[in-house]
Design a protein around this ligand. Sequence first.
Ligand SMILES: Nc1ncnc2c1ncn2[C@@H]1O[C@H](COP(=O)(O)OP(=O)(O)OP(=O)(O)O)[C@@H](O)[C@H]1O
Ligand SMILES: Nc1ccn([C@@H]2O[C@H](COP(=O)(O)O)[C@@H](O)[C@H]2O)c(=O)n1
Ligand SMILES: [Mg+2]
Length: 210
Amino acid sequence: MGTVIDAANKEANGSVPTNKNVTVVFVLGGPGSGKGTQCANIVQHFGYTHLSAGDLLRAEIKSGSENGTMIQNMIKEGKIVPSEVTIKLLQQAMQESGNDKFLIDGFPRNEENRAAFESVTGIVPEFVLFFDCSAEEMENRLLNRNQGREDDNIETIRKRFKVYMESSLPVIEYYDSKGKVRKIDAAKPIEEVFEAVKAVFTPSIDKVAA
Ligand SMILES: Nc1ncnc2c1ncn2[C@@H]1O[C@H](COP(=O)(O)OP(=O)(O)OP(=O)(O)O)[C@@H](O)[C@H]1O
Ligand SMILES: Nc1ccn([C@@H]2O[C@H](COP(=O)(O)O)[C@@H](O)[C@H]2O)c(=O)n1
Ligand SMILES: [Mg+2]
């Protein structure tokens, strides 16, 4: 289970209710590595709620929120939105879900995201699922995604890759140093990637019995 720190204090500050244990798995990897695709599979098999930070930010733009224009500009530039905005959206979504098991996809994206989430919610991830994929393969996937995303153009993609290398990879390295990273070869076909993902989520005792 994810570690819950100072439960009463966190609840008083209006964050995630921590009177129950909450399991969080961070799902990280470069843009287009397949985080969203695999999270959809994990939800079906393992009962997690999938929260994509990018999807929550895009929904916030659509809702007409006062932060909408700022978020839209940051996404167009491939920049990372201030942690307080993203964490608030994640907390709201966690509360509304009624679940206690979360895949948090695309977060934390930098050291500020990581430290702020831990200090505001008191939640430490169970582990980090890391989708490892070459930039060439990720670029091809993004240019062919066809979901109308404003950041799936070559200029923004290059900026997103730079932010990933400079700000997001160090977060993965941080968790690796804590023994929390489960690395998946994400360059393989979707079904093969999911086989590797399943092995991570299946408790060892079940693997022996299978
Ligand atoms: N293993 C795979 N092989 C080939 N194509 C894939 C694979 N996984 C995902 N895709 C495709 O690549 C595109 C990007 O996948 P997805 O949206 O899951 O990536 P992501 O990591 O969530 O990206 P982003 O960080 O931009 O949200 C989609 O069109 C998806 O169908
Ligand atoms: N923690 C995060 C996550 C995302 N963003 C912004 O959203 C963009 C799209 O994210 P995806 O995960 O859907 O690719 C990303 O490039 C950032 O601009 C963020 O600021 N913080
Ligand atoms: Mg995604």
